[in-house]
Design a binder for this molecule. Sequence first.
Ligand code: URA
Length: 277
Amino acid sequence: MNSGIAPTDAARALLSFWRAAGVDMDEAEAVYAGSAPIQSAGGAPAVVARPPARRPVRVRSAPEAPVETARAMAAAAATIGELQAAVEKFDGCALKATARNTAFSDGALDAPVLLLGEAPGRDEDEQGKPFVGRSGQLLDRMLGQVGLSRKTNVLISNTIYWRPPGNRDPTQGEIVACLPFVERLIELSQPRLLLLTGKAAAHTVLRREDGVMKLRGRRLNYVREGLATPINTMVMLHPAYLLRQPQHKRLAWADLLAAEAWLKELGVELSARLPGF
Ligand code: URA
């Protein structure tokens, strides 16, 4: 299809869209940097054949970028229920087309702890709820060890709301499109503690790329423009990782104890501890 836009203009427009969305495009932009004349092998500007004159094409204004739509929809949500309805209506993430259900959240809406994972898998896609498969069952046992439960004091969500086909990693575009809803959920729930399980959630929310082994178990602050106060944040190992690497459960146990100690200091009421994971 001929849009009437030169390929380089279209590429530049795409690059600036991704940059505006917060993606590091330095390397890609270097490819298109400047429009220096093409050099011939001998160094003199090459002769470039001019394309035949074309009738001017009327360019329609570009549709709003998905991330802009997501931002507007997220900002308009005044409650977590409204935010869920907005996510369910949002069509800017291509994963929605292949998913069976939207898996937005599960747990207590007024919980003092908000836990975020990565993306729904097959069971979550079927049931439309995060963390209900094998790793969700392990997560429940882990949380129960320190008096946390989605029935009373934890709200669980993800940084992506639709299952990526075959459980592949979400793309940058999919992450960026969902991020305004993730950030709004943090704002609306104002948790006393934000728990990020695994590398993907930690990198997406904290916008830093340190390894999860470096981030885990530490007292961190989540700070963002528009938030009244910084939010206490802790990274912990992902239960799916622990299913593959059970020898690291002792590290997860240490993280949970660190989270428990912090919550107690903050005066958050915890339920009775349940037996081991
Ligand atoms: N892994 C996640 O990160 N989230 C889920 O909801 C399920 C598995």
